[in-house]
Design a binder for this molecule. Structure first.
Ligand SMILES: CC(C)(COP(=O)(O)OP(=O)(O)OC[C@H]1O[C@@H](n2cnc3c(N)ncnc32)[C@H](O)[C@@H]1OP(=O)(O)O)[C@@H](O)C(=O)NCCC(=O)NCCS
Length: 169
């Protein structure tokens, strides 16, 4: 007799919501970011800047009650330019390549425009971020070792990120 596969019931995926980060999200965000980057991220110059800066806003992506994406913006000055520092951005491995990362970046850019900032700064992979309009910003100076080819800027006004990057408390 042929074996007959038992019917599998597949729950439809809950719709994905992008909402502002709430204080209770921190532990789930930490776990998501750790899974995406590994523990090495804590040695990075970017992490030192985030430790000293105020969180301006964070955005989270939820599928039902499950956190599947996160991005944060930190208040900084980049030379004379009023800015936010974007990162870390992470999407759960099982939810990648569906445009969620792009939606999170877009939420950040819209927020920076609403805050009337001069631009958004980050340290990241140019092949990913150039698609959103980020351009090289090698003249932004961090207080630690950085691969200058990975410093990127999304311009909102004409002010350029030239000079020391420092947190705004
Ligand atoms: C980067 C990340 C947030 C993108 O999330 P996502 O939801 O998959 O993003 P999107 O669906 O908008 O974009 C997916 C596309 O970006 C590409 N991509 C992802 N990471 C990339 C990178 N570091 N460099 C270049 N391209 C990248 C994917 O290959 C995919 O390409 P395709 O559209 O041709 O298939 C996610 O891959 C992630 O969490 N990665 C681990 C953490 C990380 O490296 N974050 C910072 C990146 S500097």
């Amino acid at each position: 007799m042929n074996a007959v596969a038992a019917p599998v019931s597949v729950e439809p995926a809950a719709p994905v919501r992008i909402v502002r980060e709430r204080s209770g999200d921190a532990a789930a965000i930490d776990a998501l970011v750790l899974a995406a980057f590994g523990p090495g991220r804590f040695a990075k110059t970017a992490e030192r800047l985030r430790e000293a800066a105020q969180l301006a806003v964070g955005f989270t992506a939820f599928e039902g009650e499950r956190l599947i994406g996160s991005v944060r913006l930190w208040s900084i000055m980049a030379g004379e330019a009023r800015s936010v520092f974007l990162g870390p951005i992470a999407v759960d491995a099982s939810s990648r390549r569906g445009g969620l990362g792009a939606e999170l970046v877009q939420a950040c850019v819209e927020e920076a425009r609403a805050m009337k900032l001069d631009g958004v700064l980050l340290i990241g992979d140019p092949p990913y971020f150039s698609r959103f309009g980020f351009v090289a910003a090698p003249d932004a100076v961090f207080s630690g070792p950085v691969d200058r080819r990975r410093i990127m800027w999304l311009p909102i006004t004409d002010a350029a990120p030239i000079g020391a990057v420092h947190p705004v408390a």
